[in-house]
Design a binder for this molecule. Structure first.
Ligand code: MN
Length: 258
């Protein structure tokens, strides 16, 4: 499989330091896909999970070093989210060659103007209350655990990874209502800034949609879906599902950790 070069790549919700991070798949993706600008759209490092239980396997370390290496080769912009909130205090500064900013504007090769941000900024517009948020969080942890167990079973049977959590989530009514509120809140915020739309992450649900306020694009996550938003050299925006892409291309890549 040859390397694909993009104008820009957007990834978010990698959750390095947590059990559910699909670090090997992301390493593979970054090995086969390069770009002029890499946007890290928040929750890249999960500082919350690391407070509960410190997990930092070699593959997570390899991603960290890969990002540092990439920052010498292309432009890397880090937009901290809620799980990496302590990095928000570096807003407007740089860590090495990585620019840190809470939100920014990306103009595509087709002159579409997008606001780029993690998306936790819209939590108040979406959540119903503290209790629901707590239930949602516990429910989500349970869902991820079910997902893990299901995929361990699948890998024992040599079946490829599949997001069960995503499947269940897309069929729960409440989840869909919350997602559409999130879409409206984020695109409205972008429209107020006279932009064409928003590129965000946060809710682990890759999707391209149009609301009454503009274009909504969610780059997904590397916990369940393993997706990235990629802009081609001519300005087409495309959600790339790495699990599907690698299966179609029959990628055989052995992880080399130095
Ligand atoms: Mn988040």
């Amino acid at each position: 499989m040859k390397t694909t070069h993009y104008k820009a790549i957007f990834i978010s919700d990698v959750h390095l330091g947590s059990t559910d991070c699909k670090a090997e798949l992301l390493l593979e993706f970054l090995h086969h896909n390069t770009c002029d600008v890499l946007y890290l759209v928040g929750d890249i490092i999960d500082l919350w999970a690391m407070q509960r239980q410190f997990k930092w396997p070699e593959s997570h370390n390899a991603i960290f070093h890969k990002i540092i290496e990439l920052s010498h080769q292309c432009k890397v912009i880090y937009l901290p989210g809620n799980h990496d909130a302590p990095l928000q205090k570096y807003d407007g500064l740089a860590i090495g060659d990585i620019q840190v900013v809470r939100e920014t504007i990306h103009v595509t090769q087709q002159d579409k103007r997008f606001l780029v941000l993690h998306g936790d900024q819209f939590d108040d517009d979406v959540t119903l209350g503290k209790f629901e948020a707590w239930v949602g969080d516990k429910g989500y942890d349970l869902l991820l655990w079910v997902n893990r167990t299901y995929n361990r079973y699948r890998s024992l049977n040599k079946a490829p990874y599949r997001s069960l959590a995503g499947y269940i989530k897309s069929r729960i009514k409440g989840a869909q209502r919350a997602i559409s509120r999130y879409q409206v809140a984020s695109t409205k915020y972008a429209a107020e800034k006279n932009l064409d739309g928003v590129i965000c992450g946060h809710i682990h649900h890759p999707e391209q949609a149009i609301t009454e306020h503009g274009i909504y694009i969610n780059d997904g996550d590397w916990v369940e879906n393993c997706t990235a938003l990629c802009e081609s050299m001519t300005g087409e925006l495309q959600l790339v599902n790495w699990v599907e892409t690698r299966a179609n291309a029959q990628v055989k890549f052995s992880l080399k950790v130095a």
